[in-house]
Structures are given as C-alpha cells and as structure tokens.
Design a protein around this ligand. Structure first.
Ligand code: ADP
Ligand code: MG
Length: 589
C-alpha cells in the first residue's frame, strides 16, 4: 500500500503538470475572488518561485485553512450547481495539489477584516498559521515546485521553456478579462503590464503590441438571446502565423484547448490564409454550462461540446461576418526614407535603370528621347478608368481603383478612395489564374490549347513514372502528353488559362516542376499541380504590361472570390492612405 501522502503527491502531480498550470489555477482563483488587479511573479521559469497576488475578497482563517484541503471548494454552493461548476473547472483540488508538491505560503485578508492570516504548507503538511496584517486580498507564494517529486522535476524543461509556457498562460488569462489589471514579472523583468481595458483591441494593444492590435477587427455585436454567443476580435489575414500561438480561445470566460473552435476560426478565412497557417484571433464562446464538459483532461482543459456542429457554425458565422465587414487591404507601416547624412546627392541618387522602367527619370536630368518614345509605343496606362462590368457586390475601394501606371515592371500603381494602391502583378495574376483553373476543373476539365510547336521533354525514368501515374490528372487539367518510343515526352497542348501565351520556358519549367514532385495522386496532388500551374503560367514579376493587361488584371480582381492574397498567402494589394503619405512627407506637422 502506498502511503497516503505519497499517493496524494503523485495524484497532485497529475493535476499540476508544470508551473504554467499552477499559475493558471492561482490566477483563476484570483479572478473568481473578484480581483481587479492580479500581479504574477515567477523565478526560474516558475520552478523556483511563483507568486500571485490579488485584491480580491480574500479569506478568513477557517477558509484559508480549508482552501488547502482537497475537495474544499467554496464554490460548490449546492448540488444543483455541479454541472455549472464543472464547466468552470472548480474541483477544489488545485490549491491542495499545488500545496502537496511545493512549499506554499498563503497570506490573505478578507474584506473588512481587521487582520489577516498567513498559512504555510510544505509538501501538503501544515507548517504554521499565524495572524498577519497584510492588505486586503490574497497572495499565494509557491516555492520549489516538485521538490518532493523528483521524477516530475526532472521532467521540467529549462527555465526559459517553462517560463514561456507561463507567459502564454498569463496572456490567455489576460484576454479573458480585459477589465482586470494584469502585471507579470519573470526573472525580475516585467513581461506584461496590461491596465484595465475598455475593449479587446485595447487589451490586445498592451499584450500583442500596436502592429498586431491595429489589424484586429471586432466580431459582430452579440445577440444576448442566442444560445451560443461568440465574441472577440479576429486578425486580418496578414497577421497569420505558422502556429496557433496567437489564437486565444476561451469558453465561458475560461481559457481552453478546443481544436473544434480553432478549426472553425481558421476555416472562416478560406483562401485568405495559405494552408497550414493560423490566424490571430481572440474568441470567447459563451454556452449553457450544462452543454459543455471542460474536465476531459485535468491540466489541459480540453473542452467537449454536446453540440459540436452548432458551436462550429456559430463561430464560423461570427468570424465570416467580421471579415466580410472589414476592409482587409493590407496597410503596411511605411517609413519615410531619411537622406543619408553627409551625402550631398542623397535622395537624388541615380534611378535604377531597369530595362522596362516606365518612370520618368527626373533626377537624372534630361528626359531620354528613346525612352519616351518607347513609353508612347507601349501605350499609356495613365488616366484610363477601368470599365467595370456588373459584377454584383464589390468593395468600394476596389470599384474606385484607377490605374496610374506600372513601376519596376512588377507593381501596378492605382489611385483609389483617398489612398494610393500598389498591386503585385504576379501575386494577383497567380491568384486569378489559380481561381480560373480551379473553376474550369470544377466544371469538368480545363480546356487545352494546341501548341503550334509541340514541346519535347526528356524526362528521367523517375519523372516518366511520375508522369504516367498522373496522366489522367494532367489530361483533365488541359495538358496533352504523349510518350514517344525513344522515351521523350511530347507536349501537344497545354491549359488555356488567363494571360497565357507564355514562353515555352515556363511550360517546360512547370512540367519539370510537376514531375519532380513525388506527391501522392490524391486530391492534394491535384491542388498542388493547380497551384504550380498558377505560379508558372501567371504573368510574372519583371514583365512589362500593356494597358489591356493591367485592366484585365483589375477586372479579374473584381471578380475574384479572394483577391487579397496570392496562393501562398502573400498580399496582392497594399494601400498607403493619404494620411500615411502626409505623415511621410511631414505634412501633418
Ligand atoms: P476551486 O477553485 O475549484 O474552488 P481551489 O483549490 O482552486 O478550488 O481553491 C479552493 C478554495 O480556496 C476556493 O474555492 C476559494 O474559496 C479559496 N481561494 C483560493 N484562492 C483564493 C483567492 N485568491 N482569493 C480568495 N479565495 C481563494
Ligand atoms: Mg481554483
């Protein structure tokens, strides 16, 4: 038989897995106690010290002694509450568990009481209990976590890694209660100081910084009568990240792990996010507590919903509505170029002489006759308004775009609603080509375009095998391929897609690229090939466009389902608002 204390210690180690869990439990207790300010301090990643201090209701002597006993929750008012309580994760074992595996000291004073209490526990054994005279509220100090559980202690990562997990836990908590002041210090350094905020954006400002906060859009106002209420903010696609690090999800105000909600949020972005990327979002889902189960795992707080689909749908609806209402054109922070000091010619340096540059070289002095003639022959883009066909709803910024020209053979410059717009011609063309291939593929097959002069490829054996495996797929995408007796491959037709008329080099490169890919012959393989086709067949950077092509691209943009991101998730359009230009030219001073 295991000694009771040993058994309890092991059980406690299951509830408190690492410093981050302990911090979460302690801070949640502070919030439950009605704190308006919570100060968290850790040392050694939380293994050496965790201190959480709050200005909540505090505890009297009896409660303080009870609080460190297992199953001593003061929150279990009646049995009717059981369902409700389990939702919020009240099991009355957090403090007892932490106390069992550390040296814990609790200093607390309940509101209005003349004095307070200090209770010290070591490995679950009460060491002392004295009167004290602290300020109102509670401070819990946890030293040497797992000192009596060496196996668990060895399992800890280094202070930096454990500290990072604590930071993440604190951030998540701070997002659930923007009205509470959070201060967080690690190793003597203040990591976070979030004063009470009136909105989630304001809270995000103090946690994630201005560059993130300015790209957050609020979810639509809540319907208080709805069964599932989704609130929070979601980030513009440009805030997407390769992991879920900026996806903060809570249920009924408690941070939880919910792959269901994560996916529902991400799914709402559709093509705005490249696959594998995660958006930035802070989302709370409020549901009837009897419809969720939070305690699937004691430490991770994975959450299970009784009505999975309804929850996913409500989240999706809210996020899609927010994104649809938002203006998602990327607005980068542009820094005015400061002339280098001591350089007399600074700011008027030679303009790069790219072959196709159509800008007038004012800095260089005389206008080059040749170049002007060249520009005239190519036809001017300037001033030609785009005639929009009736394309149904179109964002107003897009409807008002007027192309001004092309620069650096790569970017289309437009004037729009009180702003300058820059479009990456390849990024946009790639998106449009991708959509058009997908649309034709969905309707049946992509039409092939006979090549006047067939292309002959000399594949390696592996490539040939890969090609034969994907023959049907390539056929359906508009290629016509024949294997000749000598092992060469004759390409007689290629997909007729937007802006085609590309050189053989591109087609060859595309086929080499496709053949080199050893991927499976699944739906994914098709998607991969379509993306590759888009990339290779679309108008490229460094290619001079004639006005017809520019207008074609802008029209395509108006008809696109997702014109703001290329297939790799890069932005296609940047906007520099008038105010930003004024700032750069210091007109606003
Ligand atoms: P639970 O939160 O599930 O009730 P805990 O072990 O986390 O269980 O806490 C036990 C009890 O201790 C709580 O129910 C509460 O009464 C009391 N308590 C813990 N921390 C605080 C605090 N910071 N302020 C006031 N009371 C607290
Ligand atoms: Mg608790």
């Amino acid at each position: 038989m295991l000694d009771r204390r040993v058994y309890e210690r092991i059980a406690a180690g299951e509830v408190v897995e690492r410093p981050a869990n302990a911090v979460k439990e302690l801070v949640e207790n502070s919030l439950d106690a009605g704190a308006t300010r919570v100060a968290i301090e850790i040392r050694g990643g939380g293994v050496d010290l965790i201190r959480v201090r709050d200005d909540g209701v505090g505890m009297d002597r009896e409660d303080a002694l009870l609080s460190i006993e297992r199953h001593a929750t003061s929150k279990l008012a009646s049995i009717d509450d059981l369902d409700h309580l389990s939702t919020l994760g009240f099991r009355g074992e957090a403090l007892a568990s932490i106390a069992a595996v550390s040296k814990l000291e609790l200093v607390t004073r309940s509101r209005g009481a003349p004095y307070g209490e200090r209770v010290a526990v070591q490995g679950g054994e009460l060491v002392s209990a004295d009167d004290e005279c602290p300020t109102e509220g509670t401070a819990v100090e946890v030293r040497e976590l797992f000192y009596n559980l060496p196996a668990r202690r060895r399992f800890m990562k280094g202070p930096a890694a454990e500290g990072a997990k604590v930071t993440e836990a604190v951030e998540r908590l701070a997002f659930t209660r923007p009205d509470v002041h959070f201060v967080y210090v690690s190793g003597g350094r203040e990591i976070l100081n979030a004063p009470p905020a009136r909105s989630m954006q304001e809270r995000a400002l103090s946690i994630l910084g201005l560059e993130v906060a300015r790209h957050l859009v609020p979810l639509p106002a809540l319907d208080p009568a709805a069964r599932i209420r989704v609130s929070g903010v979601v980030g513009r696609p440009q805030l997407a990240r390769p992991n879920r690090g900026q996806l903060f999800v809570s249920v009924n105000g408690r941070p939880v792990d919910s792959p269901l909600i994560d996916e529902a949020v991400r799914g709402s972005y559709g093509e705005l996010l490249f696959r594998g990327r995660w958006p930035t979002a802070i989302v709370d889902v409020a549901v009837d507590p009897s419809k969720v189960d939070v305690n699937v795992h004691p430490t991770k707080r994975e959450v299970l919903f009784r009505e999975q689909e309804a929850v996913a749908e409500a989240v999706g609806q809210a996020v899609r509505a927010a994104l649809a209402a938002a203006d998602l054109v990327a607005e980068p922070r542009v820094r005015a170029a400061a002339p280098a000091e001591g350089d007399a010619r600074a700011g008027r340096g030679p303009v790069p002489q790219t072959a196709g540059s159509r800008q007038l070289d004012l800095a260089g002095g005389a206008l080059d006759e040749d170049r002007l003639r060249h520009a005239a022959e190519a036809g001017s883009i300037t001033g030609e308004p785009v005639e929009w066909r009736d394309l149904g709803t179109m964002p107003s910024w897009l409807a008002s775009l007027r192309p001004v020209g092309q620069v650096l053979d790569t970017y289309i410059v437009c004037e729009g609603e009180d702003a300058l717009y820059l479009i990456d011609q390849h990024a946009l063309a790639e998106r449009l080509t991708y959509e058009s291939i997908k649309a034709s593929a969905a309707r049946g097959r992509v039409k092939g375009q006979r090549l006047l002069e067939p292309i002959l490829l000399v594949p390696t054996e592996a490539q040939l095998e890969s090609l034969l495996r994907r023959r049907a797929l390539l056929d359906s995408l508009g290629f016509s391929l024949d294997v000749l007796d000598d092992g060469r491959v004759r390409v007689g037709a290629m997909p007729a897609v937007l802006g085609s008329g590309e050189g053989r080099a591109e087609v060859e490169a595309l086929l080499q690229d496709v053949l080199a890919d050893e991927g499976a012959t699944t739906v994914d393989a098709k998607e991969a090939i379509v993306r590759r086709m888009a990339c290779h067949l679309a108008i490229r950077a460094g290619q001079r466009l004639d006005p017809r092509q520019v207008v074609g691209l802008l029209r395509g943009m108006a008809g696109s389902s997702d014109p703001l991101a290329c297939v790799h998730g890069r932005p296609t359009v940047l906007r520099i608002p008038r105010a930003e230009l004024e700032r750069m030219f210091r007109r606003d001073e």
